[in-house]
Every structure is written in C-alpha cells, then in structure tokens.
Design a protein around this ligand. Structure first.
Ligand code: ATP
Ligand code: MG
Length: 298
C-alpha cells in the first residue's frame, strides 16, 4: 500500500528543513494529500500503526531511558483534540499524559515563561503531549502585545528584541532536553482559513457541537494574518536538527491523523527501543521464584 520509499519521501515533505527559509503560504498546502493514499487506506494504516506504537510504548516504558514530548500547535478547530484522541487511542494510559495550556494564571505569571511547561514535561519512559505549548509565548503573546506586558519582564525585555531572544532560549531549551533523553516533536496542524470557517459554522449549527464554540474564536480569526506571520517566524527560527517542525496538512481530518501518527511511529521506531536485558543475578532470582511457585502446596 505504502512503500518504505514513499514513507521517507512523505515524512520529508512535512518537515521544515532546518536553516532554510520557508513560506508557509507557498510551500505548505493545507489540503495536500499524496495521490496514492485514500481515506480507507489511511484508516487501516493508522490502525496498524497504532498497534505497533503500543509495542514501542511498552519498550519505552520498560527501558526508562527516553521520554517523548509532542508539542501540538494550531489555529482553533484545526483538529488538535481529535488528533490526540485518535493517535493515542491504542496506547497504555499509564505511560501517557496530556497537558493543555491556557491563559497563564497569576502564579504562573510570577515565574519565568518556561516554568509551567518545564513542570509538565514527561518523565523518562513516558509520552507527554502539550496541547498548545511554550510556542504560544511566540504566537498569541506576539500577536497580542498586552499579554507580554502582563508577564512583568524587566524593561529591557519588553522591546522587540524579546522574540529573537526567545527563539534562542527555546532552541537551547530543546537542545538541553534532547541531550538528556527527551525527544522533542513539534507539529503544526495547518488548516486553511476557509476550512476553519466551515468547521466553526458546523459548531454553531449542530447543537451537540455548540459547546466547542466560543465567541472568542471568531475574534482570534480576525488576527489570522498576524498569526500566520508569527507562525512563519517560529518555523524559520526554531526548526532545528535536534527538534524540527512538522507542518501537517489539516483540511482533511483523516489525513492529519495519519500524518501525525506516521511521524510519531517513525520517531519511536528510530530509537531502536529494546526491553532491558536481564542480568545473570536477576535471571537466577527469576528461576528461584519459579521454583518456589511450582513447589507451593495447592
Ligand atoms: P479548544 O478550543 O479546542 O477547546 P484550545 O486550546 O483553543 O482548545 P481554549 O480554552 O479555547 O483551548 O483556549 C486556550 C487559550 O489560551 C487560547 O486562546 C490560547 O491562545 C491561550 N493561551 C495559551 N497559552 C497562552 C499564553 N502563554 N499566554 C496567553 N494566552 C495563552
Ligand atoms: Mg479554543
């Protein structure tokens, strides 16, 4: 159905090449899907991928060496929640965690901007999802400058230079994480403005979807152009060899899920995860325990 060559080329087409300047608008089509994949194929492939991912996750947990951090960024209604639900559906909940980051609290604003994200990082052996992430500090906070003022920064940090500084700080932060066994994946679910409108209207028209709609979503939509500029800057400054960005076409939900699943699958596979080998001492202890159990009176 999908050859290994196709898979490599497919993954490469999603990545933002580190050091290369991209144009979000020109280089990444929200409606893209390769000709050779149909919706039916995608559902089947994702299902198979999820079963294999469950095996990887079991080894990740047992090995207790690496953690996987998945940053999910998107405009509203791009499908973050559905992607998390589908891609993570077959995994062991004990080894997974999801944190959703909203407007920071008073306590959070009293700390440096990375504090709340740092506290939520997955421990070794686990997969942690950030539903919105520290990248909001370069997105919503950049689009709405009053949010930066609320961060109580020293006066010299309240200038335009702050963004350049944050790019560097975040690149260094991610480098530190990767050096210490936390693999960092970053996804942008790239939905078009037209598709967002369609999904908002559906949320308004269908009573069971009304709860998902907030009037604020339409207000934020008015800043679409500013968000796209801020996102583009983020991709051009923070797609690195150690933590590249993946831009996922998001106008078709089934394709979004398959693409995100494929990147996670490929990342876990490339770690070469193995169950820990048993030491001779442990092996002897196992044999002894077996003997005790087998000799137990009924
Ligand atoms: P959904 O709408 O799918 O439920 P969501 O992630 O949009 O999910 P909301 O509760 O609607 O969740 O919105 C969270 C809000 O918090 C967003 O508008 C986002 O921009 C804002 N936010 C996130 N991080 C920050 C931050 N660091 N500073 C200010 N606002 C932030
Ligand atoms: Mg929202």
């Amino acid at each position: 159905m999908v050859s290994k060559i196709d898979r490599q080329a497919f993954l490469q087409s999603l990545i933002v090449p580190p050091g290369k300047e991209i144009s979000l608008h020109k280089d990444y089509d929200p409606g893209f899907k390769p000709d050779y994949i149909t919706k039916e194929d995608a559902t089947l492939l994702l299902q198979q991928g999820i079963e294999k991912m469950a095996e990887f996750q079991d080894k990740l947990y047992a090995q207790d060496t690496y953690a996987l951090l998945i940053n999910l960024q998107a405009m509203d209604a791009a499908g973050k929640d559905g992607t998390i639900r589908h891609v993570m559906s077959g995994l062991n909940p004990q080894g997974c965690q999801v944190f959703s980051f909203k407007v920071p609290s008073a306590e959070e604003l009293d700390h440096d901007y990375l504090w709340r994200y740092y506290k939520a990082l997955p421990e070794r052996g686990r997969i942690g999802i950030f539903n919105r992430s520290y990248y909001e500090e370069l997105l919503v906070v950049r689009v709405h400058q009053n949010l930066l003022e609320r961060q109580k920064l020293p006066p010299e940090d309240r200038t335009k230079k702050v963004w350049q500084r944050r790019f560097e700080e975040i690149n260094n932060f991610e480098k530190y994480l990767v050096n210490n066994g936390v693999i960092v994946l970053k996804f942008f679910l790239n939905v078009s403005k037209g598709e967002q409108k369609k999904r908002f209207l559906e949320r308004i028209d269908r009573p069971e979807k009304n709860w998902k709609f907030s009037e604020n979503d339409v207000k934020e939509r008015a800043f679409w152009g500013d968000y796209m500029k801020a996102y583009e800057e983020v991709f051009n400054h923070t797609s690195t060899e150690w933590a590249p960005w993946y831009i996922i076409p998001a106008d078709r939900k089934w394709f979004t899920r398959l693409a995100v699943g494929a990147v996670i699958y490929h990342t876990l596979e490339s770690l070469g995860l193995k169950y820990p080998t048993v030491t001779e001492e442990h092996h002897q202890a196992l044999l002894k325990a077996k003997e005790i159990l087998e000799n137990e009176p009924d």
